[in-house]
Design a protein around this ligand. Structure first.
Ligand code: CTP
Ligand code: CA
Length: 224
């Protein structure tokens, strides 16, 4: 295996990827979540492994198999994802945050199923903000080099660059939610401190390989 990884762009790097949605329980039979298949995050984990990295994937619930060679940790909630990521982050070289983390969790999750007969025609949910996993990792002293994702429905350039600066990360991948969700293709725009760089429409695995190459170019010193 040593020979297999030699000369690859990310040989010897530890890379942590989050993928999929998180689920936040209302009660034992109901949850709120985000629209995310996990395909892009899994493709990135696979592409990073192909590039020679040791890859850990912290995944919310998806229908996907773990990519070959990748260590997967399954979670449900944003707080579970947060706990695993914060524990693993210090030993990582690169963190790629692809998960569609639920921004809020239900404040008063019920331990028994809520009955319609008790709710008079509607149900109010109180929500509490979840930790921003990416922003916390980006704020670590000596933490990994961080890549964020943003799926926006409008004003992609403005929102994505503002998000990159707010989270203080070197690279953010923007795309339009209506183009990437429930799709096998992706059209990414990369945002870094040089500006914005649109990439062509690609199948998600090709997009992932291209992104991994862009990350390697920005993080691996030539000849290192
Ligand atoms: N993210 C995270 N933890 C959260 C929310 C988001 O790690 N609680 C990460 C996502 O994985 C993604 C990036 O932050 O890499 C941007 O997520 P996004 O939902 O677009 O940004 P938010 O800051 O949550 O802003 P909003 O949803 O209001 O657009
Ligand atoms: Ca969000």
């Amino acid at each position: 295996t040593q020979a297999f990884f030699q000369g690859k762009a990310l040989a010897g790097k530890n890379i942590l990827v989050t993928a999929g949605p998180t689920q936040e329980d209302i009660d034992p039979v109901r949850f709120i979540s985000n629209r995310s298949s996990g395909k892009m995050g899994y493709a990135i984990a696979r592409a990073a492994w192909e590039a020679g990295a040791r890859v850990t994937l912290v995944s919310g619930p998806t229908a996907l198999d773990a990519p070959y060679g990748v260590e997967r940790i399954n979670v449900k909630t944003a707080r579970q994802m947060h706990a695993h990521v914060m524990q693993l982050a210090p030993e990582q070289d690169i963190f790629i945050s692809v998960a569609a983390v639920a921004d809020w969790r239900v404040s008063n999750t019920q331990t028994q199923k809520v009955k319609k007969t008790g709710t008079q025609g509607g149900l109010d949910l109180a929500l509490t903000e979840n930790p921003d996993i990416l922003a916390e990792v980006a704020a670590l002293a000596n933490g990994p080099w961080c890549v964020g994702f943003a799926a926006e429905t409008e004003n992609l350039h403005e929102y994505a660059e503002a998000k990159r600066q707010r989270k203080k990360i070197p690279l953010l991948v923007g795309n339009l939610a209506q183009e990437t969700m429930e799709s096998d293709q992706s059209r990414m725009v990369l945002f870094d401190d040089q500006g914005s760089h649109p990439l062509p429409v690609l199948d998600k695995l090709d997009a992932a390989r291209r992104l991994v190459a862009e990350i390697a170019n920005r993080t691996v010193r030539p000849g290192a």
